[in-house]
Design a protein. Structure first.
Length: 394
């Protein structure tokens, strides 16, 4: 599949200054997203924040419709929030757990989510259980089927773990959850923007994602999808004048759409820019993006595999744009610093991010490289050459 890499890089100013292999942390924003941010901030400077928000109301609403197009849902099922963690928390903490209720998750679950499970278990007596991995390291759907009983009240997994390169079989998990009437919460932070996400095909009830990663939007912004049939079942853990209406001295009414999971104050510029980022990704085509990103990641894995002293740590039958590896006798933190000194960005994934997975594999930390479609094959070669140079002590 052809991909207009020249246009992608021309619209990504950061490409001229460095090799950015950290889309899994925060990708480089394209020019239309940066322009949208600046234009609204300039409007606020001229008009004031309230007045600028009123003037840009149509642009803000467009963000909801853009996300709905990307997910194949209705805009009333979308809430735009400060970040993906806040969106995930708002739906998770709205669930009514009690002693003995079971929460099933994955071994590569993200640390912030798992901390929330632990807190909920401490508060309510709910039980957390990790679904075993299959022989390729992803969620074992057959094992999940055996774990399901009447006490399972939530299946909650990370679609693309922060490390390990794999894509969990979310659609198969969703089908099983729907069959048994169990709510299914999907953390799509690392998958949104690098692959298609259709909530009907995935059969998710709730999905959270961030703006800053593969969607290439601004930091401090995210969104959550809640299936319409679930919205009324979930009262958010806290409310304000946006999420609810104070109708009498002793009563309030929670709004009926997914915006009950929002609060009134927000970064309007980032909210608008998120919509621009979603439209920008849809313009490229998420199937084309996934093909490009996967090809680059596979090329990087192949080159790393051929480099003595490097061990690629990725797992899964289906892999994505996140490439994780270790270097013999080199701490991941040192490798990432040395790469940065050479104008190359990567990041470190630590045991605190995916404790069950990392401890199970005897790992404390990994080097993590997240490629995106604006990266090139030549940058892959330069990345590997720089790594070889570091290993040689140069």
């Amino acid at each position: 599949m052809s991909f207009d890499i020249e246009r992608a890089r021309a619209q990504t100013p950061g490409c001229t200054e460095r090799i950015h292999f950290n889309a899994c942390g925060a990708a480089l924003m394209p020019t239309p997203v940066v322009d949208a941010l600046k234009q609204h901030i300039d409007l606020e400077a001229r008009m004031g924040g309230y007045e600028a928000a009123d003037a840009a109301a149509q642009q803000t609403e467009s963000t909801y419709s853009a996300i709905a197009r990307m997910l194949g849902c209705h805009s009333n099922e979308i809430a735009v929030v400060e970040n993906a963690t806040r969106g995930w928390d708002m739906v998770f903490y709205a669930m009514p757990f009690k002693r003995g209720d079971r929460i099933l998750t994955c071994t590569a679950e993200y640390g912030s989510n798992y901390i929330a499970y632990l807190q909920m278990a401490r508060r309510t007596g709910a039980i957390i259980e990790a679904i075993p991995d299959d022989d390729r390291g992803q969620v074992d759907v057959d094992a999940l089927r055996e774990l399901i009983d009447e006490h399972v009240k939530l299946i909650s997994i990370t679609h693309v773990p922060t490390n390990g390169g794999l894509v969990n079989p979310a659609a198969e998990i969703g089908a099983l959850a729907r069959q048994h009437g169990i709510p299914f919460l999907l953390d799509a932070c690392q998958s949104a923007g690098q692959m298609p996400l259709d909530v009907s095909e995935l059969q998710v009830d709730m999905l959270s994602a961030t703006s800053r990663k593969f969607l290439r939007g601004p930091r401090g912004m995210g969104f959550v999808y809640v299936r319409e049939a679930m919205i009324e079942r979930l009262e958010p853990p806290f409310l304000d004048n946006h999420a609810a209406t104070w109708i009498s001295r002793s009563a309030f009414h929670v709004r009926e759409d997914a915006r009950r999971f929002e609060n009134w104050e927000c970064n309007v510029a980032a909210k608008i820019a998120l919509g621009v980022a979603v439209d920008y990704a849809l313009d490229w085509g998420l199937e084309a993006i996934e093909a490009r990103v996967t090809a680059l990641a596979d090329a990087l894995r192949a080159r790393l595999d051929a480099l003595g002293g490097v061990r690629v740590r990725d797992r899964g039958r289906r892999r994505c744009g996140i490439v994780s590896f270790t270097v013999a006798d080199e701490a991941p933190e040192r490798v990432v610093r040395a790469l940065c000194e050479r104008g190359i960005h990567a990041s470190v994934s630590r045991v605190t991010s995916t404790r069950l997975d990392m401890q199970g594999r005897g790992l404390d930390a990994l080097v993590r490289a997240g490629v995106h479609y604006y990266n090139t094959e030549e940058e892959v070669e330069r990345f590997v050459a720089a790594l070889d140079d570091i290993m040689r002590g140069n």
